[in-house]
Design a protein around this ligand. Structure first.
Ligand code: TXA
Ligand code: MG
Length: 353
């Protein structure tokens, strides 16, 4: 166990002295959790192999799943990648800083451990002022996966980071709750046609508008585990976003979903299982479960995304035996929400019709 230093920072005007304390840790090869606009990240100096190795250990993350390298200026990309395709320049201009990660062919200055031995590297320039200040002050690109223990829902507050990583990392910069709530969209540009490997904070529709040609990897909305050789992003292979409780996802039109969720609730309660339901404003009144929480209006998908991971953790904290979640639309940020819910359920999906 090490002592974890908790520093509150102003998210709009990050206090220079606290950022400097955190940056000193990064420069010494130590681990600092910090807010981004999507979720909290756990940062280490990206070009320092030992620091990145410590990052994997602190998170208990499998070594074959590389983190994202965060930069504070688009020009830093040229130093760490082999080639910047035209499509990348377009996307960087349009969406950086912001919730978009681009996968490039990597340069040899990036250590093997940082890219898990791949010939590509994932890079993003975040928008959050604390993240940008930390990267600038550290003077190096920062490798940062989400700051949760591997397999758990990503942290959207400093408290979530504390729950998972207290005693395992050096600093937590607390800049309040994150705004977007789901991770960045990951787009692979190292292949012939741009490919979305993970839906996230930048909607697929927005990428399509800029690029025209872009595809979704079949895994993005897979309804079952895909065979290993079909996965392009290492993260696709691992267990994700899983609360302690079993998660069941009920998909279909709203009225059929309400009926099915209520049916399942009764079934589990009769067995003596404590039931939690992850509902929406429009449906929450229909359920008689032990715990019912609303993600917000099902027509406000950015809000649903913002609350998703927090509510998964909150329901879990009530020690329910099963969490029944409703599907939402796959448009806009809904695509990321549905992808996370399907993974959280371990593909335990029930179709209501
Ligand atoms: O919003 C975010 O992206 C947050 C914040 C902290 O920036 N970070 C985040 O990192 O979600 P992480 O490590 O939890 O997820 C990174 C994803 C994983 O699915 C990983 O497999 C994928 O990016 N990835 C990383 N390097 C890759 C590469 N070279 N090729 C394909 N996928 C890669
Ligand atoms: Mg993660």
């Amino acid at each position: 166990m090490k002592e974890t230093l908790l520093l509150k920072v102003n998210s709009q005007k990050p206090d220079a002295s606290k950022i400097e304390v955190a940056a000193q840790f990064i420069r010494k090869g130590r681990l600092v959790a910090f807010p981004t606009e999507t979720v909290y990240g756990l940062g280490a100096e990206a070009l320092n192999a030992d620091a990145v190795l410590a990052l994997f250990e602190a998170k208990k993350r499998p070594l074959d799943n590389p983190p994202i390298v965060h930069v504070a200026d688009p020009n830093e990309v040229y130093r760490i990648v082999e080639e910047v395709p035209k499509t990348a320049e377009l996307l960087m201009k349009q969406f950086w800083p912001g919730p978009l990660t681009l996968v490039f062919r990597r340069s040899s200055i990036v250590p093997n451990v940082t890219v898990a031995g791949l010939d590509t590297v994932a890079v993003r320039m975040p928008k959050h002022k604390v993240a940008l200040a930390l990267i600038r002050q550290s003077g190096c690109p920062i490798a940062a996966p989400s700051a949760n223990l591997a397999g758990k829902p990503s942290p959207t507050t400093a408290h979530h980071v504390f729950e998972d990583l207290n005693g395992r990392i050096d600093v937590i910069l607390d800049g309040g709750p994150t705004n977007i709530g789901v991770e960045s969209t990951v787009v692979d540009l190292s292949v012939d046609q741009p490919l979305v490997l993970r839906p996230g904070g930048t909607p697929f529709e927005a990428l399509k508008q800029v690029l025209g040609e872009i595809k979704l990897h079949p895994f993005v909305l897979a309804e079952a585990e895909l065979p290993l050789e079909k996965t392009r992003s290492p993260g696709m292979r691992h267990k994700h976003y899983a609360p302690k409780a079993e998660v069941i996802l009920v998909e279909g039109n709203v009225s059929a979903v309400i009926t099915k969720v209520q049916e399942l609730t009764e079934f589990y309660r009769q067995k003596g299982t404590k039931v939690g339901v992850l509902a929406t404003d429009e449906t929450q009144g229909s359920y008689r479960a032990d715990v019912v929480k609303s993600l917000g209006s099902r027509f406000n998908l950015p809000l649903v995304a913002q609350r998703l991971f927090r509510l998964l953790r909150e329901i879990d904290a009530e020690n329910v035996g099963v969490i029944i979640a409703e599907s939402v639309s796959s448009e806009g940020l809904g695509l990321a929400v549905m992808n996370r819910l399907r993974k959280a359920s371990g593909y335990h999906i029930i179709k209501a019709n």
